[in-house]
Each structure stands twice: as C-alpha cells, then as structure tokens.
Design a protein around this ligand. Structure first.
Ligand SMILES: [Zn+2]
Ligand SMILES: [Zn+2]
Length: 364
C-alpha cells in the first residue's frame, strides 16, 4: 500500500481482501487464515489514526509499545470499527466476541427493593396513609452521584485505554474480558469523593410515605417508581415494591372482594322469622330472616363487601345463620318446649317430612 490513502479507499481495499481470505470462505485453504491476519493487521495500523501517525513518522518500527519496536501484533479490536458496516457481511462481530469493545456505561439503573408491610384488616378495607422504613443507597450529595471529588471528573482508564475491555490472545482468537481496573466502564475515578469513597451513593434509612388504597389484600404489591436503590454514578433509581400482608379479622373472612360471617339466631327467630341486626365493616345492617329459616342458610347483602381495588363498587357480604339450640333450660322452659314438641306435626318438621316422603317412595 502507498502511504497516502483515504479512509474510504482503506476500507474498500480491506473489505476486498478480507472477503477473499476470510477463513469461513476458505475452509480448505490453511494459508487463508494467515493472510487474513496480515490483512487485518495492516488495517489495524492504518485505521487507527494514532498508530497511523506513528507509522507515517516512523514506519513499522514506530509501532512497538514503549519504543520497543516489537511490532504492532494482531489486534482484533480493530474490527470493532467494522462491526456495524461489515459485521453482517461475514460475521466479524461474532468471530471476535460479539459486541466486545463496547464500553459498559458507568451509569447504571439502581436495583429494585422490596419491603414488607403488615396492615390491619380495617386498613386494607378502607385504605390508609402509612410509612415504610427502607434502607437504600441514595445519591451522594457531596459529588452529586459522580463519585469523583468536586471538580475532578473521571479519567480514561489506562488499563484498557477507555475500551472497557482487555483482550487476551489465544491462537487466532482473542478473548475479551471486562477490564478489572474500571469494571468495564472505560474510566476510573482517580480522585474519589471523600464522603462516598468514590461510590457515588451512600446508604440511608428513610421513612417513605406509603398511600395504601382501599381494597388491597394479602399479597398485594404496591410499586413506588424510583423508590429503590439509586443507580451507581448518578444512574436512575430502581423501584420500591411494598408487599402487603393483611391481618385476619376477628369476625369477617374475606374471599376476593366478598366478606363472610356467621350470625347466631334463636330457634324462635328461625321458626317465626325476624329482623336481626348484623354487623358490617361500616356499621350495622338490618337483615330480614324469613320464617322457617333452616340452620346454615346464607343470606347475601349486596355491596357490603370490600371496595374493588382501583375500581368502582364493592363485593357482597354473606351472612350465614346458625340456629342455636337452647342450653341450661329451667323447668318452665322445658315445659314449654315439651309442649311445643307434642304439638308439632310432621308438617312442622321439614327434614322429617322429607325423610318420610323418601321412605314412602322406597317402601311404598
Ligand atoms: Zn460522593
Ligand atoms: Zn479499564
């Protein structure tokens, strides 16, 4: 090659040669790999403007690291420049480790956090305004999250020259590893912030206001966008998830948005019907019990259940009646019950009536 070529000419001739000698295209020609390396080396020199300047000044001898004159060697990282334009053509990117060489951004989103919050049943039902204590990393005020001492920005990492990766040669292939010095960011903080020791963030314990809407249930997760760990070096914060645990209620059992409860009634109330007062979460409610109500009968009271979370309406309240058999009867009460029993006909006793009906069917 002449020493004066435009970048366009350079790319064009490299492309031609690379295609010609690419190992994938020459599976039976062992010399092709060697040729391909040579071509690549040549391009590596010429494409790198700094090296090119050295080459123009000193020729090949100028390229040795530290003036050693050991030659430039084969540096596949040069191909990174090609990944976009030629990569698809013959898979340079894949051959040399995919997206290797791309710097990892120093700035990263912070982690999500999870906190648990236990609520009383009432708090879940009505909603509440409470606070959640969370330990999280927040941006350091001193360096505004940069990790560098005031006025001292991060400098280019010398181990990887800002590439974020270091490469190891292994035969024809080169293996890229995340630069251990800069953790792949390509830059290092030489003058760390005294307060956060260069981390850019500090651990804090915070009380976070948590508005719990009405209708949440055990296991509901509330997301607080940006309430998690702040990212390193000024990265955006993750989210905070508050997982709710709701205590059981002494009287009501919840099933979805419906509530269930059991209410005792007397034999007389069940037999003759009654209006009874049943508790709801929001005061008492009058429930009409029809005469002849059997034990275990369940009544539905519409819209006295749990409010629908983030919606309209609410569930229902189911009231199951337990008919109490009287205990500890005195003499007078016994007499009355005895009298009732004697006077009761089959027709007064629905279960017996039904049983006799079935037996009649069976035995004629
Ligand atoms: Zn700091
Ligand atoms: Zn580095």
């Amino acid at each position: 090659m002449t020493r004066t070529v435009t970048e366009q000419e350079l790319k064009s001739s490299y492309r031609k040669l690379a295609l010609q000698f690419h190992p994938d295209r020459n599976p039976t020609n062992p010399d092709a790999e060697e040729k391909f390396k040579e071509v690549s080396e040549a391009y590596a020199v010429l494409a790198d403007s700094e090296k090119r300047a050295m080459y123009d000044r000193f020729g090949h001898a100028g390229l040795g690291g530290g003036g050693g004159g050991a030659g430039v060697g084969f540096d596949p990282s040069t191909f990174q420049d090609f990944s976009d334009s030629f990569g698809d053509l013959f898979g340079v990117g894949a051959m040399f480790g995919g997206a290797g060489g791309r710097r990892r951004s120093r700035v990263q989103r912070g982690a999500d956090l999870r906190e648990d919050l236990t609520l009383e049943f009432e708090e879940a039902y009505f909603g509440t305004q409470t606070q959640v204590t969370v330990r999280r990393h927040e941006a350091c005020e001193e360096c505004r999250g940069s990790g560098a001492a005031p006025g001292k920005g991060p400098t280019t990492c010398r181990s990887c020259n800002g590439r974020g990766q270091v490469r190891y040669q292994q035969g024809f292939f080169s293996i890229a590893r995340t630069c251990p010095t800069c953790q792949g960011t390509g830059s290092v903080i030489t003058d760390p912030c005294a307060k956060c020791k260069g981390e850019g963030r500090v651990l804090r314990q915070r009380s976070v206001d948590a508005k719990v809407p009405a209708g949440v249930e055990d296991g509901t997760r509330i997301r607080f966008a940006g309430g998690g760990e702040v990212g390193q070096f000024g990265g955006p914060a993750g989210d905070l998830y508050v997982v709710l645990h709701v205590k059981e209620h002494a009287f009501f059992a919840r099933e979805g948005n419906d509530l269930h409860c059991v209410v005792p009634i007397s034999v007389a109330q069940a037999a003759m019907g009654a209006e009874i007062r049943v508790p709801t979460m929001e005061g008492e409610h009058t429930l009409k019990i029809p005469d002849g109500t059997q034990p275990g009968t369940t009544f539905r009271i519409r819209s006295k259940g749990v409010p629908v979370l983030n919606g309209h309406g609410r569930g229902d309240l189911y009231v199951e009646v337990h008919v109490q058999v009287p205990t500890k009867l005195n003499k007078r009460q016994k007499e009355l019950l005895q009298e009732l029993d004697v006077l009761s006909k089959v027709d007064n006793q629905p279960l017996l009536r039904s049983l006799l009906g079935k037996m009649k069917d069976i035995f004629g």
